[in-house]
Design a protein around this ligand. Structure first.
Ligand code: CMC
Length: 428
């Protein structure tokens, strides 16, 4: 195949090199387009055809339903690794050996105390505040308590910033939930594993010992791994573009949390459960909601269906569906919501509208059902997604800085008024 793409505009020919990735994906390198054509740009709303960077972290093939972190399949990682190993893999590129993993965990623990004054900021939020808004604010506020900026040329400073946020973020997650529920704020327990510690910090009641449940630890570990990275999605692109101005790690993450909040992205897990609840309250008539989803005059979308990249199936959804069955079975929970979800899935998979548009259940269709069975409140679901996505955001931010990527600054095609004269107020 030719290594050149040809473009002809107004009889003039331009050549652009093709770049081939390690999985044989092909990209046209248009970085010289504007200068060589004297001002012509491309336009691609939603970046459906635009690669914003080269990345060696996550590979996904939406047609084949493949997702790999650093070359390892998501199926294998979900089955054999734990979340901290996956975090290390994403951030540093290789699975850690025992010694590296222990040091990584010890370093995270040594940074897991959050300044007590952060509680004052948390106190100022009304109990009704959405946890994602609170988490984004607290993550940004961490900068004020750790003001030294990271010299990205220093391995040591980079490493310290990474273990610091991996240590403090679960505390913020737990505090966000506890504050909402009027529970005293807990610090972590260094004797526990990363995920066990998260569960204890979230759920420990002030008047009794917290008893760990291995089923919940395993389920949360899996959910966090499945959410840990997903290449250049909306929140990750936000983290990279914020960090590209050389803004610090914590504020870049805070921007990513805000982007994740939206119902078309991470907020979908909350929206799915609210939708399933609404269907249940409405008598469980899934057909009615299928019709709404297909009606172009109705803004309703079937939450948890469709994906920008997966046009065959979402491999994470397969794993999660199985996990939902196992967790609910193990916990002895019978949830009518699960039956509605299964019914809706069956109908959608056989429906022409959904089949034609290649709309399949995504990762968030079943994750909320597991979170609910674990006792996590609905408005905390997206916070749990953020906890899982944290290593991915960190890995992407680190890669962007180490590759010395330029500031992210897209162009636009101006379609507004051309120059006109100012009209005084009495003539408008
Ligand atoms: N229900 C009904 N119709 C849908 C849905 C849906 N969930 N998703 C897409 N469509 C239709 C859409 O109306 C359009 O139809 P038409 O071609 O007739 O105009 C067609 O399918 C293509 O949709 P699109 O919005 O152009 O597709 P996109 O790639 O821009 O959007 C999406 C992807 C995930 C935003 C979208 O499928 C959606 O809104 N899904 C529901 C929200 C959701 O579950 N989001 C979680 C994504 S996975 C977790 C994550 O990555 O954060």
């Amino acid at each position: 195949m030719s290594k050149i793409a040809n473009l002809e505009i107004d009889g003039k020919k331009y050549e652009f090199p093709l770049v081939v990735g390690t999985e044989n994906e092909i990209a046209v390198d248009i970085s010289s387009l504007r200068s060589s054509t004297k001002g012509i740009i491309t336009i691609d709303p939603g970046y459906k055809n635009t690669g914003s960077c080269e990345s060696a972290i996550t590979f996904l093939d939406g047609e084949k339903g493949i997702l790999r972190y650093r070359g390892y399949s998501i199926e294998e990682l979900a089955e054999k690794a734990d979340f901290l190993e996956v975090a290390y893999l994403l951030i540093f590129g290789e699975l850690p050996n025992q010694e590296e993993l222990e040091k990584f965990h010890a370093d995270i623990k040594s940074h897991s105390v959050v300044d007590d004054d952060v509680k004052k900021i948390l106190d100022a939020f009304p109990k009704s505040a959405h946890p994602m808004g609170v988490l984004s604010s607290l993550t940004s506020a961490l900068t004020a308590f750790n003001p030294s900026s990271v010299d990205v040329n220093s391995e040591e400073q980079m490493y310290n910033a990474i273990v610091r946020i991996l240590g403090k973020f679960p505390v913020l997650v737990a505090w966000t939930m506890r504050k909402k529920h009027g529970l005293p704020l807990e610090y972590g327990d260094d004797s526990l594993g990363y995920v066990e510690n998260v569960l204890k910090m979230m759920f420990k009641s002030p008047n009794k010992e917290y008893e760990q449940n291995p089923i919940l630890i395993d389920a949360l570990d899996k959910l966090l791994i499945l959410h840990a990275d997903h290449e250049q999605n909306c929140s990750t692109s936000t983290v990279r573009i914020t960090g590209s101005s050389h803004a610090g790690l914590f504020v870049s993450l805070s921007a990513g949390i805000s982007a994740l909040w939206g119902p078309l992205h991470g907020g979908a897990n909350q929206a799915v459960l609210e939708m399933l609840e609404a269907i249940k309250e409405d008598g469980g008539d899934t057909k009615k909601y299928m019709a709404k989803a297909k009606d172009k005059n109705d803004p309703f979308r079937l939450m948890g269906f469709g994906h920008r990249v997966y046009k065959n199936f979402d491999p994470r959804a397969k794993i999660i569906k199985k996990a939902a069955d196992e967790v609910l079975g193990d916990l002895g929970v019978e949830d009518p919501i699960l039956d509605i979800a299964k019914g809706l899935e069956k109908e959608a998979l056989e429906d022409k509208y959904f089949v034609d548009r290649k709309l399949y259940p995504n990762v968030d269709f079943y994750s909320g059902i597991i979170y609910r069975a674990m006792g996590i409140p609905t408005d905390m679901f997206t916070v749990m997604f953020a906890l899982g996505r944290l290593p991915g955001w960190i890995a992407q931010w680190r890669e962007m800085r180490l590759r010395k990527e330029p500031i992210g600054r897209p162009r636009q095609l101006y379609v507004g008024e051309t120059q006109r004269s100012f009209k005084s107020i009495n003539k408008r």
